[in-house]
Design a protein around this ligand. Structure first.
Ligand code: PGA
Ligand code: ZN
Length: 429
């Protein structure tokens, strides 16, 4: 049984406070922490912050911590940690709000994940297996990692409007090999960038991707294509982009020069122009997935583009992991891939439900990091246990990113012959 729940304020990878929980049972102590992103929308669960400008510039989470230590702790002590849905329901009942604004989704998520780890230990099974069992699944899958190689948008101080250029080693036979491919491509890219822009071009963004001062997506894609070419396994590595178009949408136009200091105002694109641009990029580069190609309210264009069936079209800011938005997108066939950020939902039980929804619709599924991460690798086990097919955890470097990838290495090793790297089945597994 759960004997104690104790929370504290720690720092995330951006140096901003977040919530960490130590949950105790007779089996020991289980720790989890909540990530935090910068692209928060009005449809996601609410992260509770103190708002006191004199402390951590208003970003403290002492109220969320207090809610755990006083209210959540009292409700959960005595409960069986294997009963995840009851634990999550107890917190939802205690919170009483639609977006978890009373206790804070950051408080609820950290406790939910810690309880899940405790549940696995109680059953003496690995975490990914416990998660699979909670979801009623019997097969697992090591996901294809989406390694961020170039950062732009809100993640970096360069002029690139688009948020991330990623590589997916879909042709690897094992996760271990995929990680090697990602790391080698990253280091070849470092050399390519140094040759073209000098060493300062290798400064990195918040997710660890390089942030050379390029201003066009093509310039970035050329660099990545060159780096992939140098690895020697070109055919096995595909490209994905997170356009995060909401961040450069002005009214009904898209301003790809939004971050350029000397912008001429010539580069305003309509939804149609964007579609044509994507079509050209898809024929010139091995792109297999595009995230948020349009503004989060531009359902018309995303729907049209997704229905062309030319690549995976992932909804991140479009859906904010919100069940109602996902339901609408499934009904309208507005996209064909879900980006799932655990803190936008708030409990393990609800995450499992949303994953089922996306799977039933035969969508691709990306479990995702946030730009503000911690040393918690829960999402790695989550992606294996729910066989999501894809895990986006940033560059193959920096502690808070590699902790996710390294955990997948350990899981693959532990599974031995039973381990399946989803590889070419990354979209539908
Ligand atoms: P965020 O970015 O965590 O800052 O929201 C990640 C993404 O957009 O995929
Ligand atoms: Zn995104």
């Amino acid at each position: 049984v759960i004997t104690k729940v104790k929370a504290r304020q720690i720092l995330d990878s951006k140096g901003i406070p977040t919530v960490e929980v130590d949950l105790y049972t007779n089996k020991g102590m289980f720790r989890a922490s909540a990530p935090s992103g910068s692209s928060s929308g009005m449809y996601e669960a609410i992260e509770l912050r103190d708002g006191d400008k004199g402390t951590y510039l208003g970003n403290g989470v002492s109220r969320a911590v207090k809610n755990i230590n006083e209210k959540i702790s009292e409700a959960l002590v005595g409960m069986d940690p294997t009963l995840q849905s009851q634990i999550d329901q107890a917190m939802i009942d205690l919170d009483k709000t639609e977006k978890k604004s009373e206790l804070g989704a950051n408080a609820i998520l950290a406790v939910s994940m810690a309880a899940c780890k405790a549940g696995a230990a109680e059953k003496e099974v690995p975490l990914y297996k416990h998660i699979a069992e909670l979801a009623g699944r019997t097969n697992y899958g090591l996901p294809v990692p989406a390694f961020a190689l170039i950062s732009g948008g809100k993640l970096a101080g360069n002029n690139l409007a688009v948020k991330e250029i990623m590589v997916l080693p879909t042709g690897a036979r094992k996760f271990e090999e995929a990680l090697q491919m990602g790391s080698e491509t990253y280091h070849h890219l470092k050399a390519v960038i140094t040759e073209k822009y000098g060493a300062h071009g290798c400064n990195v963004g918040e997710d660890g991707g390089f942030a050379p001062n390029i201003s066009s997506l093509r310039e970035g894609l050329d660099l990545v294509k060159e780096a992939i070419g140098r690895t020697g396994y070109s055919e096995k590595i595909k490209i994905a982009i997170d356009v995060a178009a909401t961040d450069f949408c002005i009214g009904t136009k898209y301003d790809l020069d939004i971050k350029s200091p000397n912008k001429s105002g010539q580069n305003f694109k309509s939804g149609e122009d964007m579609i044509n641009m994507y079509k050209e990029l898809l024929s010139d580069y091995p792109i297999v997935s595009i995230e948020d190609p349009f503004d989060k309210e531009d359902w018309e264009h995303v729907k049209y583009f997704s229905n062309l069936g030319v690549c995976q079209v992932v909804g991140d800011d479009l859906l904010t992991s919100n069940p109602k938005r996902i339901e609408r997108a499934v009904q309208e066939a507005a996209c064909n891939g879900l980006l799932l950020k655990v803190n936008q939902i708030g409990t393990v039980t609800e995450i499992i439900e949303v994953v089922k929804m996306a799977k039933d619709a035969n969508w691709g599924l990306v479990i995702s990091q946030r730009s503000g991460e911690t040393e918690d690798s829960f999402i790695s086990d989550l992606s294996v246990g729910l066989a999501t097919g894809q895990l986006k955890a940033g560059a193959p470097c920096r502690g808070e990113r590699v902790v996710k990838y390294n955990q997948l290495l350990r899981i693959e090793e532990e599974m031995g012959d039973l381990a399946t790297y989803v590889g070419e089945d990354w979209r539908h597994c």
